[in-house]
Design a protein around this ligand. Sequence first.
Ligand SMILES: Nc1ncnc2c1ncn2[C@@H]1O[C@H](COP(=O)(O)OP(=O)(O)OP(=O)(O)O)[C@@H](O)[C@H]1O
Ligand SMILES: [Mg+2]
Length: 265
Amino acid sequence: GNQLQQSEKMAAIGQLAAGVAHEINNPIGFVNSNLGTLQRYIADLFKVISSYEQAESELTPQTRSNLAEIKRQIDLNYLREDSESLLVESLEGMLRVKHIVQDLKDFAHVDETDKQWANLEKGMDSTLNVVWNELKYKTEVIKEYAGIVDIECIPSQINQVFMNLLMNAVQAIDKHGRITVRTGQEDQKVWIEVQDTGKGIKSEHLSRIFEPFFTTKPVGKGTGLGLSLSYGIVSKHNGRIEVSSEEGKGTTFRVWLPISQPAEG
Ligand SMILES: Nc1ncnc2c1ncn2[C@@H]1O[C@H](COP(=O)(O)OP(=O)(O)OP(=O)(O)O)[C@@H](O)[C@H]1O
Ligand SMILES: [Mg+2]
């Protein structure tokens, strides 16, 4: 049905993201290493220029004045300072690209359609990085992590759940608000919750939010599939989703998941 189509779509997007990430990794690697080498070369070149400068007094007045003119034209002193900061900035930029690519890879987990041991706090962090652009202007994000143990799950799917919850949280916030992400552990289960200070859910809607296509968002903004998809994923992991909400105050979604899955799963 439609839920299957949706998860196939997400898998395809994940595949694409990971493919792009993989392709970008290669040029990042050599640009990064070239910039590092260039930094050393330029430092060496300026060392040579400095020694030449020491010997300038031995030159003819004519050559000396030619040199002075060239130095003035290119503004050698500025060039000396600026080329170092240009390289430092470029290396920092490359580092940022490297992190983005890593987050994409972590988020997509494409090769991993099987269950494996993974940490939900790490998964939430990479998902937060992926949706950061949607969050950063409107919300303050607070993390209250308990340091929970790894659990057996399909990380790409669990990250999908986190993304849906985070998107719902930010979409519930009108101008500015807070999203708090908490984790905890009880017996053989862990939980992770996303709390927002948004507009809340009307009590008459509360029983319907997990229905496919139930949405209160304008056409084009919501399809009403986020929570039904998330519900399906969490159920398949033998977990459950709890929700509590107060109109005008905010909403908390808590996802419970068992630490280990039954042998057949
Ligand atoms: N954090 C929240 N605060 C307020 N309302 C929420 C929140 N999360 C879900 N809802 C309500 O539940 C409805 C269903 O959510 P769901 O994520 O399934 O669909 P959607 O967000 O409307 O669309 P989609 O996720 O497909 O873009 C939302 O339209 C909204 O009314
Ligand atoms: Mg949604």
